[in-house]
Design a binder for this molecule. Structure first.
Ligand code: ATP
Ligand code: MG
Length: 347
């Protein structure tokens, strides 16, 4: 389903490769965690699968196609079989939940009838039944991520790629998101998820591929985050100049099993969770994300502050429209204000 053969990726101007001679295969319906320290190459790995970037050496096959031989004009068609979810959600702030999910389908020209049935069905699947009319800023972080997941799966992709999808969420909300991803995987979708969060990986006991400075140092079935570290003779180069960030608090297996697919309002906010949200927002170069604690500061006011984090990442991606970033259109189409335009029949 996904195969890397001797793949090396070296970014221009960099001495060290971000990925170093990787050979790995991911099979249909697998759930794979990609773990490793910041800078170890997780996002690069996902970007190569999406053909957002190309390897410096080696070849990649996805869904039976050699990515090296797909022309850029055909890339949007290839990406229709892939769903993507990001840490910072990347919703369209001026569109309702329904329209955010319908967006994908409109861009690829699905009929109004199809959209009218597929969107509510998908919202129900992700636990957002009846919330189609809400605007992103009226949702909690966990709910926003559910919208992003709904958008990623509404076209029934064969592969779902998730780059730290729980990175901005508290542990209980994260558990709900993991239950959802598990359910999507149980339906046959291959899921590849990059994460730093040891608690989640330990609970799920799925295949774990660990990267250290661009090398695969571990590839184990049914494993945990830090299980069976390489022998001391097996030179895994752990960067010593970077602090090891603490993982999210461990989520008990009972919570994972019983987590409702619906968003669970977090009961606990601590400095670690809030600081982690701020750090990850800065690290993704997105506009600052209002810490979840702010949302809950006035839970009974009935009015949540707008989440600046729900705005598209305009600075990092200003050369690409949202449709292009989602792989729905070939780069080079219309530009100015695309994200705010209607992109298909809406009446
Ligand atoms: N566009 C780029 N240009 C140059 N170097 C890059 C680029 N993107 C990533 N890198 C470098 O490649 C290496 C791998 O980066 P990557 O983003 O894949 O890591 P990551 O594991 O996703 O990290 P994080 O956990 O912080 O998201 C890092 O050394 C990074 O600095
Ligand atoms: Mg990354």
């Amino acid at each position: 389903m996904i195969r890397f053969d001797a793949v090396t990726k070296t970014y221009p101007g960099q001495a060290r490769p971000a990925l170093n001679d990787l050979g790995v295969e991911i099979l249909r319906s697998e759930f794979v965690f990609l773990v490793g320290a910041s800078g170890s190459g997780k996002s690069t790995f996902l970007r190569l699968i999406l053909k957002e970037d190309k390897p410096t050496r080696g070849s990649i096959h996805v869904l039976g196609q050699d990515l090296g031989s797909i022309s850029s004009r055909k890339v949007p068609y290839f990406r229709r079989d892939l769903g993507v979810v990001f840490q910072d959600f990347r919703l369209l702030p001026n569109k309702s939940v329904f329209e955010n999910v319908a967006f994908t389908l409109r861009v690829i020209g699905k009929s109004r009838g199809f959209i009218q049935s597929a969107v509510p069905e998908t919202l129900k699947l992700v636990g957002l039944d009846g919330k189609g009319k809400r605007m992103p800023h009226e949702l909690s972080g966990g709910e926003q991520q559910r919208v992003a997941i709904a958008r990623a799966i509404v076209n029934k992709p064969q592969i779902l790629l998730a780059d730290e999808p729980t990175g901005n969420l508290d542990p209980v909300t994260s558990a709900g998101i993991m239950t959802l991803l598990e359910r999507i995987n149980a339906g046959g979708t291959t899921v590849v998820m990059a994460t730093h969060e040891a608690g989640i990986v330990d609970q799920m006991q799925r295949r774990v591929i660990e990267l250290v400075a661009g090398d695969i140092v571990r590839d184990e079935r049914s494993s945990g985050y830090g299980a069976s570290l390489p022998e001391s003779g097996d030179e895994a180069k752990v960067p010593t100049d970077e602090p090891i960030t603490s993982a999210a608090p461990k989520v008990p297996i009972e919570v994972m099993r019983e987590a409702q697919p619906l968003y669970v309002e977090p009961e606990v906010h601590d400095d670690v969770t809030d600081a982690a949200a701020a750090i990850t927002a800065a690290a993704t170069a997105s506009v600052p994300i209002t810490p979840a604690a702010d949302d809950d500061a006035a839970p009974s006011s009935g009015k949540r502050p707008a989440r600046p984090g729900s705005k598209p990442d305009a600075t990092a991606h200003e050369h690409l429209t949202l449709a292009e970033r989602l792989g729905l259109r070939a780069p080079g189409g219309p530009r100015e204000g695309d994200d705010d335009q209607e992109v298909g029949p809406t009446k």
